[in-house]
Design a protein around this ligand. Structure first.
Ligand code: ZN
Length: 151
């Protein structure tokens, strides 16, 4: 089988940026410079914005600092889709503050990174990750993960 990689949500990240790296993609209002992630493509959500700006796609900072984190040790209830025949694998969620954009972006920690590996204020970077592999369609659903930057 040939596996194909597809982003779980189109347009939220790229692996083919000008610098060749993995970047989350947001949008920025040309009138007030507010940055949105998830991307806002219809109208600026800044209540203080006078409007009239365009929303242009911008790559977000690759690195940020841990703002908060937690882990999920229990299987979430329906409508969350999970196979009850497969043991539940705890996962780690990280909220990361991007100072330049004045944004906090939630995401899963990279595989093998637990809450014991994290601390508030620690520098982390966005890296490509796999959300799910669907053997039925041969699709690898890709997402972003947060990984501590080696000191
Ligand atoms: Zn605006």
């Amino acid at each position: 089988m040939v596996w194909r990689c597809r982003p779980v949500v189109p347009g939220w990240f790229t692996e083919g940026g000008d610098d060749g790296g993995f970047r989350l993609l947001g949008t920025r209002c040309t009138a007030c410079s507010a940055v949105f992630f998830p991307r806002e493509d219809v109208h600026c959500r800044n209540p203080g914005c006078r409007g009239g700006g365009e929303l242009v796609e911008v790559p977000l900072s690759r690195r940020g600092r841990v703002w908060s984190y937690t882990d999920g040790r229990y299987r979430p209830p329906a409508p969350y889709v999970s196979d009850p025949a497969v043991p539940w694998e705890p996962y780690t969620l990280v909220a990361v503050e991007l100072a330049a954009e004045a944004l906090v972006v939630l995401g899963q920690a990279a595989p093998g990174v637990g809450i014991g590996d994290l601390a508030v204020g620690m520098e982390v970077e966005a890296v490509p990750g796999v959300l799910n592999e669907d053997a039925g369609t041969g699709t690898v659903w890709t997402t972003w993960h947060w990984r501590p930057v080696a000191a």
